[in-house]
Write a protein that binds this ligand. Structure first.
Ligand code: PLP
Length: 516
């Protein structure tokens, strides 16, 4: 069997829309891009969505819009892709790299504060923070918001992996909604896929940590829909006012899922009207998404910068097309004007209508694709739960993970092989994997420019050799997941230190024989 690391889910809708675009003759930014922007903004509840040719471009324009200057500092997690920090360097500004927390590999806010204080002591003005939501799991939103308020930082979210991802917020009583990080947080830091008791938490807190018992899930007005879908249904009126079709709901309703209603992928922390799930982007100044080929939704290459701030949106639009004043893309249309003015030396970051044609259908399917990835992850969690040489990723309390990445950790001191050997053994069995990521501070550029040593950000440096990302894509079949799991178990059993052996169970069955 050959299982690539990723396969995009492109259907006839996308193909026909691209053909329609080609036949229509308007290939670059135009009506399809505008439509894609409108639908994407409505999907994530954002006022503005600016379509761009990459997430890197979105991050760059976001920093330009907030007015980042040379010599200033920006908090960036070391556990991220090149793009998050390189855009800071475009300005001659300094990425202040921050360690991650082991439970979800997201930015450690306490370490961010230490790095801010060190920078301030050196006279560096810290202008912004760029939280990255690793693999599609939203990090410590509350911590980032608190830090941003305390040090007057702009928050630019790198949500490259997050279409869609959600976090649970509660009403603070003063009209503000915030995530309550820590309430319902598990105390054990070891991440495993197994259900664990929470001995130090109250019953209510423990329930938040593991999700409610099925019998106690509050009835929603839309019992056949997932909670998120139900919430969307209640927002239908708003969408119709905006003149947008309620495409997600119709997609869902016409696509019954294999799992049925009571095995929803959406774990709800005690739902009783006191809180709500908010999509990524709710708390940031600007949120940036990627539509690169392997992302949760794709346009081949592409990105989106979302904001509720009119000035930022205007500035990003103008700077995305050479700094030309308003509606530059219309200058060759009948309604546009030949006259334009350049107000700043901008960039060439616009998305084409050919790419937007794909994106239009991908965003309409985003929930369906998400649901399918959740199903794949559920199979991985069930099958790998008892493998002691692995630490599985875990959905943190109060989150809905996008499951763009499913990154496992190898317990190396139980094994006779290292991560590279494990990956080549999988490759020999036709299975594609990846590593997310070598921490930025360990790369030559950041080492040489800023003198970083691995131990400067010790958590990321110590987790890096353990990380392996397994294939997850919406069209991955249970047989394919089964093959990956069986291959992993086979490799681990023969590479186990010492003599103890655990029987390799058929996929979907625990070693004790119980179906999990
Ligand atoms: C966390 C993160 N940020 C930014 C990017 C850049 O995205 P793009 O390729 O759309 O520029 C990526 C791409 O993989 C990423 O993983």
């Amino acid at each position: 069997m050959r299982i690539p690391f990723y396969k995009p889910s492109i259907g006839e809708d996308e193909i026909n829309e691209v053909v329609d675009t080609l036949r229509g003759g308007w290939l670059t930014t135009g009506p399809k891009t505008k439509q894609f922007e409108a639908e994407f903004a409505a999907y994530l509840g954002q006022k503005h969505a600016v379509a761009l040719n990459s997430c890197t471009a979105a991050l760059h324009l976001a920093l330009e819009a907030i007015g980042l200057k040379a010599g200033q500092g920006v908090i960036v997690p070391t556990m991220t892709f090149a793009a998050t920090a390189e855009v800071v360097r475009y300005f001659g500004a300094r990425p202040l790299l921050v360690d991650c927390r082991p439970e979800d590999l997201n930015l450690d806010v306490a370490d961010a504060e230490r790095k801010i204080q060190a920078a301030l002591a050196e006279g560096i003005h810290v202008a912004a923070i760029i939280p990255v939501h690793y693999g599609g799991q939203i990090g410590d939103v509350h911590g980032v918001q608190t830090l941003a308020r305390k040090y007057q930082l702009k928050v630019i979210e790198d949500a490259a992996h997050c279409c869609p991802a959600y976090y649970w917020e509660t009403e603070m009583g003063d009209g503000r909604w915030e995530m309550e990080e820590g309430r319902g947080e598990t105390t054990e830091k070891a991440e495993s896929g197994k259900a664990t008791p929470h001995p130090t938490l109250s019953p209510a807190e423990a329930e938040r940590a593991t999700g409610p018992r099925k019998s106690e899930v509050a009835a929603t007005p839309h019992p056949t829909l997932s909670p998120v879908e139900a919430e969307r249904a209640t927002q239908r009126q708003d969408r119709e006012t905006l003149g947008l079709r309620n495409f997600q709901l119709s997609t869902f309703n016409s696509q019954p899922t294999k799992n049925g209603g009571d095995t929803s992928p959406y774990p709800l922390p005690g739902r009783g009207g006191e809180g709500r799930f908010s999509p990524v982007g709710t708390s940031a100044d600007i949120t940036c998404f990627s539509f690169y080929a392997n992302k949760t939704i794709t346009t081949g290459e592409g990105g989106m910068a979302c904001t509720n701030n009119d000035e930022y949106a205007d500035r990003m639009r103008i700077m995305s097309l050479h700094g030309i004043s308003r509606d530059a893309w219309k200058r060759f249309t009948a309604e546009g004007s030949w006259y334009y003015e350049i107000i700043a030396p901008g960039f060439k970051y616009n998305l084409t209508d050919i790419a937007a044609a794909i994106g239009l259908h991908q965003v309409r399917k985003a929930d369906l694709l998400h649901r399918r990835r959740c199903e794949v992850v559920k199979l991985y969690q069930e099958s790998l739960a008892d493998v002691e040489e692995l630490i599985l990723p875990r959905e943190q309390p109060g989150r809905i993970h996008s499951w763009h990445l499913y990154s496992i950790r190898l317990v190396l001191d139980r094994l006779t092989i290292d991560r590279a050997q494990f990956i080549s053994e999988l490759a020999a069995r036709g299975i594609g994997t990846s590593v997310h990521w070598m921490p930025l501070h360990m790369h030559p550029y950041y080492r040489e420019t800023y003198g970083y040593k691995p131990e400067d950000l010790p958590i990321a440096a110590s987790l890096y050799p353990q990380l392996v990302t397994l294939p997850v894509y919406p069209d991955m079949s249970p047989e394919e997941v089964g093959y990956v799991c069986a291959s992993i178990k086979e490799i681990l059993v023969k590479s186990r230190k010492g003599s103890a052996t655990v029987p390799v169970a058929p996929v979907g069955v625990s070693p004790t024989g119980n179906r999990r």
